[in-house]
Design a protein around this ligand. Structure first.
Ligand SMILES: *Cc1c(COP(=O)(O)O)cnc(C)c1O
Length: 378
């Protein structure tokens, strides 16, 4: 049997809630289940204002519009990330200023951000890689000093924390993903988290095609119309119903994922293999078992391990092709070398992690990795 890298999990009530949404005869956006999801995040995480979107990519688009990103603005962001982190800001005309990773960790090097700030800098976008928090106090402090906005790409960070604070709830704006590859999913889905009150009213308008329709439905105005830019960012109730079923089961999902993550970590640690590094969890971060990775010594080893596992029906993968090296952006990049970003791209290997991975299957993966280091010449 093939062990995939990821496999979406169905919690059981998805169809039941979708059927209920059909009975409500309201399956476009912003109905009962969208409100239930918003309520869930308010009650459980204290997020004052959230808006479900059709993807995290869309939530990031909303951020670029809300911040009025324009030609000549500069946005600082990691290169070691998925393309969505950059896309919206690029399209609004911003120059992307890529920051390197930390030496010991694949997220943005917080201590290097200040050097990249110019009078044109408008925002810092951070990504909590693997749902493991960046040092948010450091980031918010430098943003405050230069009067910049902070956006958290918390796509991978459902139920992850910085100290006691849930990720996505710390920057001025936060974005989460419910894509099928994430811990909690609805196929395609996402959410904007609005932490700065100045953005609340406008975010609703942008969400509903540039109209003040949300206000109208709350009875605050007696007709609605076109008042700003925007798009159709809200998902249908079918997606929201699916998502709500997942949210209700999220503690069970999270427990299982963390159990798998911890088994990888503890077993590899016990073995004391000198051939790779284990993930670093800073003391301020509590993570969510989104993905498990190891860091090998070089690209040759990385490719050899991935191929070795593939021959044994285990699908492992690298991460990411750095954005500053991408076909699209490399000719636009300012040419700075991002050594640690390249290192993680060359050396990181992700191992299968999904709800239905059995203990036996996981033991097989671990022993196969160990076999590789025993049999392959250095
Ligand atoms: C998955 C992911 C996204 C994109 O999420 P979508 O919901 O598919 O748009 C963006 N950023 C990061 C870091 C991701 O992991």
């Amino acid at each position: 049997m093939i062990l995939p890298l990821n496999k979406p999990y169905l919690s059981g009530n998805e169809l039941y809630y979708i059927e209920d949404a059909l009975k409500e005869a309201h399956i476009s956006g912003n109905g009962k289940y969208t409100k239930k999801c918003h309520g869930y995040f308010k009650d459980k995480y204290g997020f004052k204002k959230t808006l479900l979107t059709t993807s995290c990519t869309d939530a990031l688009e909303m951020c670029a519009i809300l911040l009025d990103i324009k030609n000549d603005d500069e946005v600082i962001l990691p290169s070691f990330t998925f393309v969505s982190t950059a896309l919206a800001f690029y399209r609004q005309g911003a120059k992307l200023v890529f920051a390197d990773c930390r030496r010991d960790f694949p997220s943005i090097d917080e201590s290097k951000i200040e050097d990249l700030i110019t009078p044109k800098t408008k925002a810092i976008v951070v990504v909590h890689y693997a749902g493991i928090s960046c040092n948010m106090d450091m980031i918010m402090k430098v943003a405050e000093k230069y009067n910049l906005f902070v956006i958290e790409d918390a796509a991978q960070s459902f139920n992850s924390f910085y100290k006691t604070r849930p990720l996505g709830g710390i920057g001025h704006l936060g974005c989460m993903s419910f894509h099928e590859t994430k811990n909690i999913q609805c196929g395609e889905g996402g959410m904007l988290i609005i932490n700065d009150n100045r953005f609340v009213e406008r975010s609703e308008i942008i969400w509903e095609k540039g109209t003040n329709r949300a206000k109208f439905f709350r009875g605050e105005i007696n007709k609605y119309g076109w008042v700003d830019t925007g798009s159709s960012f809200l998902p249908s109730e079918l997606n929201a119903a699916f998502l709500f079923a997942q949210l209700e089961m999220s503690e069970i999902i999270q427990d299982k994922r963390l159990k798998i993550w911890n088994k990888y970590f503890n077993e590899f640690k016990k073995l004391k293999l000198p051939d790779f590094d284990l993930p670093l969890i800073p003391e301020y971060a509590s993570q969510n078992g989104h993905l498990f990775y190891i860091v090998l010594k070089n690209k040759v080893r990385q490719q050899k391990l991935i191929n070795f596992l593939r021959e044994k029906d285990i699908y492992a993968a690298f991460h990411y092709l750095p954005l500053h090296q991408s076909e699209f952006y490399k000719k636009r990049h300012d040419g700075r070398k991002l050594n640690y970003c390249d290192k993680f791209s060359d050396c990181l290997v992700r191992l299968p992690l999904f709800f239905e991975l059995t203990d036996k299957q996981q033991s097989y993966i671990i022993s196969t990795v160990v076999d590789f280091f025993k049999t392959e010449k250095r």
